[in-house]
Design a protein around this ligand. Structure first.
Ligand code: PLP
Length: 466
């Protein structure tokens, strides 16, 4: 529509402009062109110019430039860097020892089965997602013998990745959590955390996002006392975002005994656990072990949310496969929650995409494919463990100042190296090794070919830059 050419940054200017022309638009067209309301050569802009009107600036003229998302910018910078020694330790995705993305063999196999299955079509999925995906996904988080599953008091919503599951969960809580005034409910995220947690909860409308102690930089480990104290001091019914396993970015999880203490305070203070499970299988290589915390909380009788991502453990990053699990006190509550979830999903993405969910559902519902997937996950986890051991032994052999045991103590995809922002800058600018300013590295960026180079570069950074 050529009329859109006239949209101006300020409404008053739009009105003035329209008033200076002939209104309504249809009459204006007829008057100006004498030719009815059909397509006009040159459009309204040409006409405005002919009438001596100054063309307005863009309606987007006042839009400020936003900062790029750091981790994506880092990868873009890495791609542009022509240096052959370059290493990307920033990206949050698995890489093989050849520095390549990995399509899991079980995923390839299932994709082919799906492609050959002529009974599958492209009809819309239900609003809450593919039923067999939702039930199987929930089952691997909660376990086959989960009391909540047996008592029929769980439900779930297919999300666009873990992010979508978190966002839908946050949106629901802001609308409906524990009565009214939900936007003012404090939401606690760990310090540090995956940077998107803050953004997701504030985009959902929460106005009081706080951080709880998590990382003790001096001992390079969990600050359990700080965390428990923050929970003691939090207003009752506050929402706590907990990383189910393989904490991003620190690679440091509470032990089962520590989780028990956390659960006990949370129960006494009526705090709501919102688990983020983006790395099941990556922490230990064992899906059940990595789900220990979530299962413990469910067994302890908590009502909770758990946002699952299948981006990492299925390597389905761009298929956007996630699941939001709702565990309630009884089935009736859960049904009402899901009815409201439908309302939310309907106005956000209406209904989710099918392909990734089909791959996950098919894999999880066949014992053979499931066991193949477990092996694939273990392959990834084992490579990470190997890289941890190799990096630590190289740094220790070089006599790099400091202790490096945290590299092997930490788990999951990431390691929080303890490198300072200046040392990181040195590594990027002088060594073409890309990592986040926090010192977080993705262990999968390491390979048997670049380990020596990365270790000697870290050694140089630590010894040269204080
Ligand atoms: C802790 C954490 N939560 C959620 C996500 C989101 O995953 P997805 O890519 O499935 O949205 C990530 C991804 O990096 C993550 O690290």
């Amino acid at each position: 529509m050529a009329d859109r050419d006239f949209l101006l940054p300020q409404r008053s200017t739009v009105r003035t402009m329209r008033e200076r022309l002939v209104s309504p638009v249809r009459d204006f067209r007829i008057d100006a062109l004498g030719a009815g309301a059909g397509p006009r050569p040159g459009g309204v802009r040409a006409l405005a110019a002919a009438l001596g009107l100054t063309m307005p600036v863009s309606v987007f003229a006042d839009v400020p430039q936003a900062q790029p998302v750091l981790v994506f910018k880092l990868t873009a910078d890495f791609r542009k860097d022509p240096d052959p020694r370059k290493v990307n330790l920033g990206v949050g995705a698995y890489r093989t020892d050849e520095s390549q993305p990995w399509v899991l063999p079980v995923v390839r196999k299932v994709q082919q089965q799906i492609a050959a299955n002529e009974s599958i079509n492209h009809e819309y999925l239900p609003i809450l997602g593919l039923p067999e995906f939702r039930s199987n996904a929930s089952r691997i988080a909660l376990g086959d013998d989960s009391p909540a599953i047996k008592e029929n008091r769980i439900g779930s919503v297919q999300g666009l990745g873990g992010t979508g599951a978190l966002r839908i969960g946050a949106e629901f809580l802001r609308r409906w959590y524990n009565g009214t005034k939900n936007a003012a409910t404090p939401v606690y995220v760990s310090s540090p955390t995956w940077e998107n947690h803050n953004g997701v909860f504030s985009a959902a409308g929460f106005t009081d996002i706080r951080s709880y102690h998590y990382w003790d930089a001096s001992k390079r480990g969990l600050d359990l006392q700080g965390m428990l104290q923050d929970m003691e001091n939090a207003p009752e019914f506050s929402i706590f975002v907990l990383h189910a396993c393989a904490h991003n970015p620190t690679g440091t999880d509470p032990t089962p005994e520590q989780w028990e203490k956390i659960a006990s305070v949370m129960k006494r203070r009526f705090l709501f656990p919102f688990f983020d499970s983006a790395y099941q299988g990556f922490a230990s290589g064992d899906l059940d072990k990595d789900a220990w915390a979530v299962r413990y909380f469910v067994n302890e009788g908590f009502e909770l949310f758990c946002a699952q991502s299948f981006s990492k453990n299925f390597g389905l990053y761009n298929e956007r496969v996630g699941n939001l699990i709702v565990v309630g006190k009884d089935g009736d509550n859960v049904l009402r929650v899901l009815s409201q979830m439908e309302k939310i999903v309907r106005v956000v993405w209406s209904n989710p995409p099918a392909q990734g969910a089909r791959i996950v559902a098919t894999t999880l519902s066949s014992p053979e494919l499931f066991s193949e997937w477990r092996d694939n996950v273990k392959t990834m986890a084992d490579r990470i463990l190997l890289m941890r051991a190799e990096l630590r032994s190289r740094l220790e052999a070089l006599g790099t100042p400091g202790t490096w045991s945290h590299i092997t103590d930490q788990i999951g995809m990431f390691s929080f190296t303890g490198l300072s922002a200046k040392q990181v800058e040195y590594l990027i600018n002088e060594k073409h090794i890309y990592l986040l300013p926090s010192g977080r590295i993705n262990m999968c960026g390491l390979t048997t070919k670049n380990l020596d180079y990365v270790a000697t570069s870290i050694h140089e950074a630590v010894t040269k830059i204080q």
